[in-house]
Write a protein that binds this ligand. Structure first.
Ligand code: ADP
Ligand code: ZN
Ligand code: ZN
Length: 660
């Protein structure tokens, strides 16, 4: 008897046994449709067996084999199995994460077979590579045809993209495919256009969650059968199938958006390295501010280091960075005198300014001066944020919203005033101070309409805007040649965060946003408003000294025993009833200590957001000296937790958590 083992996207840790379909072959790796309970599901054949523990009378047969999709190769199935084991999630869920939504549907229209391209995969060259770029490219190419991880550490504007494109061209010339990963395509529409224009004769498909379903499914199939030569995608692209992948590039490898925060909590950067290792191909991790994990891998010689220490374009220098002491120059409505004057100066010179508002901890909250009441969400331990334009208070965690009250709900006083400077507030302040200036605000609210961000960026390039006010959306890879001033508001909160990665993130963000200034011929200037002008982190940003920052931060991590000097996992729990998450985690901690006393188990603590959407949330951190210790422990721990059968508490494991 031949039995097929099939992975299905259900929250169970097993594969399911089925009989082969009548009169058809269903080889390993094929997509199939199977009856499941009262419904049907799409699954993938992951194995075969001569026997089963399912009683024969209950054994069902595969209904049909999905004909328009090729089989997953052994390499791809191995990658899925690795992710399933490493991130402690069911295999069926991992495979579902690889499949675009349309291909998970039981009945759908067939995907038309992709037309193979009449290939001319040549790179349209613009300018000659600089010496540093040529050396970096050579360092990457030295590892053709084997696993070869390279950290491309290049300052902002050093021309990393040019190196990526040449490395990709080399892979295409060998008849192989290339995967280029970026943090968020939606934020960098120019980048996608640029890549396409540089490979005019080549099929480039993009892969991200904002694509229309049909386009995404077609791109996936084109990558699988090899018709697409370049895939440009966000984190989900790392799980896509390729016919013959020759290189993987991870741009902005430090970016937190490579980590998925629900379900399969994978790090696409880490999976990319694992995949390259398995395939025996080069993987390039590029950044101006590499993650400390990657930095340490390069320093210890596990990764090859290639550096681009200067800006590529002729005449473009790094901006001058300084701090504005907000204890002396008190900000009025968020802006110091020094920053306002600097902006005025730019306007008279016909140059542009960017005011960067660190959204976290910087949203306006409604506050009563008479009784100290402030607007909090009834369902979360978070403040409601004032959205003036809609006259609403909104919770940024659960989405609850209400009209702005006319008077204080607690004491009845009529004077409610906003505290904290959201982007809207800063925009208003600037408009009052600079009535002649053309000011535009860029944040999630103002760019929710499709194409809105691109319109603004086009206006900036056309010099129809004097001042941009915005959040981290503006920090990413856009190129504004006439922008010569960047002002940074309220960066300080991250200096004293409970999260051990907060400083690393702040440093990366400041370097990133500073990198927007002075990309053209005119010199750039960056002003950071702070209560702590002497802080070493700001000093490192001012000196453009990543290595000094990294050395100090790594030493702190080593002393505290945090990654990359240890490996972490976080058990999160939430429940409606107070106390239940804590009880659950205390029991889990006890179980953990029994499984392996060598694993360090911390005490349960409240989550950074202690209540969310009416749930109480808590978490428990565990730490191991090595992955080899952590992995078997996590498997045993999870089995014990599943066996515990807890139902009132929702829990999940996060391996290599990014936010603790
Ligand atoms: P990064 O990604 O490292 O921040 P980019 O790839 O965006 O930098 O390049 C910054 C600017 O330098 C771009 O405008 C690009 O066209 C230009 N550039 C890149 N390489 C060269 C080169 N070899 N010669 C001249 N200009 C270059
Ligand atoms: Zn009051
Ligand atoms: Zn809420």
């Amino acid at each position: 008897m031949k039995i097929l083992r099939i992975a299905l996207d259900v929250p169970l840790d097993e594969v399911f046994d089925f009989l082969p379909p009548a009169g058809a072959a269903a080889a390993i790796g094929r997509l199939v449709v199977v009856p499941f309970g009262r419904t049907r599901k799409v699954g993938v054949v992951v194995g075969e067996s001569g026997s089963t523990e399912v009683p024969v009378e209950r054994l069902k047969a595969v209904e049909s084999v999905v004909g328009d999709i090729g089989a997953f190769t052994p390499d791809q199935l191995e990658l899925f199995e690795f992710c399933s084991a490493y991130y402690q999630r069911p295999l069926g869920e991992v495979i579902a994460a690889s499949l675009p939504p349309r291909l998970r549907q039981v009945s759908r229209r067939a995907i038309p077979a992709p037309v193979p391209e009449a290939a001319n995969p040549a790179l349209q060259s613009t300018h000659a590579l600089t010496e540093a770029q040529a050396a970096a490219l050579a360092a990457i190419q030295a590892g053709q045809g084997r696993f070869h991880p390279v950290l491309l550490h290049g300052i902002t504007g050093s021309g990393k993209t040019e190196v990526y494109l040449h490395a990709i061209a080399e892979s295409l010339a060998q008849g192989r495919q290339a995967l280029l990963m970026v943090p968020e395509i939606g934020l960098t529409p120019q980048f996608e256009e640029h890549v396409r224009s540089r490979f005019p004769g080549t099929r480039v498909v993009s892969a991200h969650s904002h694509l229309a379903e049909g386009a995404r499914a077609a791109g996936w199939v084109a990558a699988q059968c090899g018709a697409a030569r370049i895939v440009l995608g966000t984190r989900l692209a790392v799980l896509m199938p390729f016919r013959d992948l020759g290189i993987i590039i991870v741009d902005e490898e430090h970016d937190p958006s490579y980590k998925q925060h629900e379900g399969l909590r994978y790090s696409a950067r880490d999976v990319a390295v694992r995949r390259a290792q398995r395939l025996g191909i080069p993987v390039v991790l590029g950044s101006a501010t590499p993650s400390l994990e990657t930095c340490s891998n390069a320093r210890e010689g596990r990764y090859t280091l290639a550096q681009l220490p200067a800006r590529a374009a002729e005449g473009a220098a790094l901006p001058r960075v300084s701090t504005v002491d907000t204890r002396a120059d008190r900000p009025r409505d968020g802006l110091t005198f020094a920053l306002l004057e600097a902006i005025k100066k730019r306007i008279t010179r016909g140059e542009q300014s960017l005011v960067f508002v660190n959204r976290r901890g910087f949203s306006p909250v409604l506050f009563c001066r008479a009784c100290n009441w402030h607007s909090t969400c009834t369902r979360c331990s978070a403040n409601m944020v004032l959205h003036r334009r809609d006259n609403e208070l909104r919770c940024h965690h659960c989405g609850r919203h209400e009209r702005v009250p006319q008077k204080c709900p607690q004491c009845g006083a009529a004077e409610l005033a906003p505290v904290g400077q959201g982007t809207q507030r800063v925009e208003e302040t600037l408009r009052e101070a600079l009535p002649q200036a053309r000011i535009v605000r860029v944040d999630r609210d103002s760019t929710s309409r499709k194409g809105a961000l691109k319109e603004v960026l086009d206006q900036v390039r056309a010099r129809a805007i004097d001042v941009l006010v915005g959040t981290q959306m503006l920090a990413k890879g856009h190129d504004y040649p006439h922008l010569t001033l960047v002002g940074v508001l309220d960066a300080d909160s991250a200096l004293f965060s409970a999260d051990f990665r907060a400083a690393e993130r702040l440093f990366a963000q400041l370097v990133q946003v500073s990198g927007r200034a002075g990309r053209g011929k005119a010199a750039g200037e960056v002003l950071i408003q702070t209560d702590f002008p002497g802080h070493p982190l700001y000093a490192a940003v001012a000196r453009h000294n990543y290595d000094a920052f990294a050395s100090e931060a790594l030493e702190e991590r080593r002393l505290a025993g945090f990654p990359p000097f240890s490996h972490l996992a976080l058990l999160r729990a939430e429940a409606k009833k107070e106390g239940e998450p804590g009880d659950f985690l205390r029991a889990a901690a006890k179980a953990a200590r029994v499984i392996n006393p060598a694993i360090e188990v911390f005490d349960p603590v409240p989550a950074p957001l202690e209540r969310k959407a009416g749930f109480e949330r808590a978490q428990l951190l565990v730490r191991a000296a090595s992955r080899a210790d952590l992995q078997p422990f996590l498997r045993a721990w999870r089995e014990a937790l599943v066996a515990g059968g807890e139902r009132r508490v929702r829990w999940s494991l996060d391996v290599d958590p990014q936010e603790v």
